[in-house]
Design a protein around this ligand. Structure first.
Ligand SMILES: [Zn+2]
Length: 271
């Protein structure tokens, strides 16, 4: 039927159109499920600590380097907003190759496709519990491979040392002795060499303050791994919730132009 051809007044057409749009909206809203269901494609595990002023830091400081200031309130301004300031290497964060090697990728330059990768979790909790200065060995990697097979190409390898249980105590997390030397687990240079040269991993991560173990003064693993254009993930959380193999890791750092590193949101997607 040609409504306009029948010469209905403009007002009636407008009423008709409004009624139609309204009915359509009701129909579409009715199709919305009552409660949003979790994504059936995968389970999401958050491997990130919250950012606040209590985050333990590598450098010992009297006051937190993290600042937050409320710059707008709903009562006064109609919206809520804060201004924050934090070091590039704070909390769960990513180290870009430029952190130790001039001219290599800054955090914004790491290609996005390298930020989504198969996740491998090495469990060394028992060894680290016996020796806080434990350094992950090639043997630890061989043990993992005996169970799961070869580490796939372009994977991110994480060390679950159990150190996360100390997160809420800066003193225990830094674990410094009387001379101020820290004691926490890290990677041995040999294990990093093996992961890069024999297994072509693209990133390594750990649940401590540093990829290099606590007493390190010259950061050999940082220098080696970053000079090979890997990125590093430090102060990682919830690794015991992630499977040792089979998850996909999404590392989403703030795209900070020229940055040596940045706070990162780490999500493990488990099928
Ligand atoms: Zn760092």
């Amino acid at each position: 039927m040609d409504v306009i051809g029948k010469g209905l007044p403009g007002m009636k057409i407008r009423t008709f159109v409004i009624a139609y749009v309204f009915a359509l909206a009701i129909f579409l809203f009715a199709q919305r499920p009552a409660r949003p269901e979790p994504d059936p494609r995968f389970l999401v595990i958050d491997l990130t600590h919250s950012v606040n002023q209590n985050v333990p830091t590598y450098e010992l400081a009297e006051h937190s380097a993290y600042r937050e200031q409320t710059i707008a309130t709903i009562e006064k301004d109609g919206y809520f907003a804060r201004q924050i300031s934090l070091p590039e290497h704070y909390g769960t964060h990513l180290d870009a190759p430029a952190h130790f090697v001039r001219g290599l990728w800054t955090v914004d330059q790491i290609p996005a496709e390298r930020l989504v990768a198969p996740l491998v979790v090495l469990n060394v909790q028992r060894k680290a519990a016996q020796n806080p200065d434990y350094q992950i060995t090639v043997d630890d990697i061989a043990n993992w491979e005996q169970v799961h097979g070869h580490i796939p190409q372009a994977a991110v390898v994480m060390a679950n040392t159990g150190w996360e249980s100390r997160w809420n105590s800066e003193k225990n997390y830094r674990n410094a002795d009387r001379q101020g030397i820290m004691h926490f687990p890290g990677y041995s240079l040999e294990s990093a060499r093996f992961l890069v040269e024999a297994r072509s991993v693209i990133a390594i991560g750990i649940d401590t303050l540093s990829i290099d173990y606590g007493p390190s003064k010259d950061f050999p693993v940082h220098k080696y791994s970053l000079s090979h254009s890997l990125y590093q993930l430090e102060n990682v959380a919830n690794l015991s919730q992630a499977p040792e193999f089979g998850a996909t890791l999404v590392s989403a750092p703030t795209k900070l132009e020229g940055g040596s590193g940045a706070a990162v949101r780490l999500l493990a997607l488990v099928k």
